[in-house]
Design a protein around this ligand. Sequence first.
Ligand code: OAD
Length: 229
Amino acid sequence: MKEQIVILTGAGISAESGLGTFRDEGGLWAKHRIKDVATPEGFMRDPELVLGFYNMRRAEAVKATPNAAHVALAALEAAHDVLIVTQNVDGLHEAAGARNVLHMHGSLARAMCVRCEARWDAPLVMRVTDTCPECGAAATRPDIVWFGEMPYGMEEIDAALREATLFASVGTSGNVYPAAGFVAEARRMGVPTVELNLEPSAGHSMFDEVHVGPASEVVPKWVNALCRS
Ligand code: OAD
């Protein structure tokens, strides 16, 4: 039977591609304060610091390559209807060949204008003196959803969850809403839920099934089983 699968992914799926997670030991939030680099207020206070943080992450992301977990999820599209809802701002799902990817927290590859909200492909290095190609204001920022801002695609995600026959969560700690609430929404609608993570997440008891292990191992196994069913 063709399943309608919504897959939420987080930093854990890109960890084995060399991109740091946020809340694991030594993760990004151990080295940087969220309020300084991931809020609109932090950007207003010190745009140079914030652009520098994302320039560093963009430089790492362009060097990274997809791992077996990204590749397996992309392959799942051939057998089932899949929507990958990612909290990640890297482009590794697309690099692995996935076509149906929604970046709910934005993307390092895109820039936006604070003044007129125009969006365009970000240069590798963003500078405070850069100007908006639409309105000319020197007010450009990464097209990343910060704390206190509304994630992208919420209506599309809600609609996909309503239609889903399976919900999976891969490599996310389940700390950040609204993404952390998708499992409860899926359950409410009677959709089977599965977690694939290095360790059981904070909300693991909400899932019908939990597969523990590195994404590069557990995701291909899970995908193979789904493609056989
Ligand atoms: P976290 O750093 O909070 O969680 C990463 C999860 O991945 C943890 O549960 C780890 O156990 C797991 N993990 C680590 N290595 C793994 C591996 N090799 N295979 C499988 N799982 C592994 O990252 P997220 O949950 O993605 O938002 O964080 C959610 C949001 O919080 C991010 O999008 C970001 C952050 O603040 C914003 O910046 C707005």
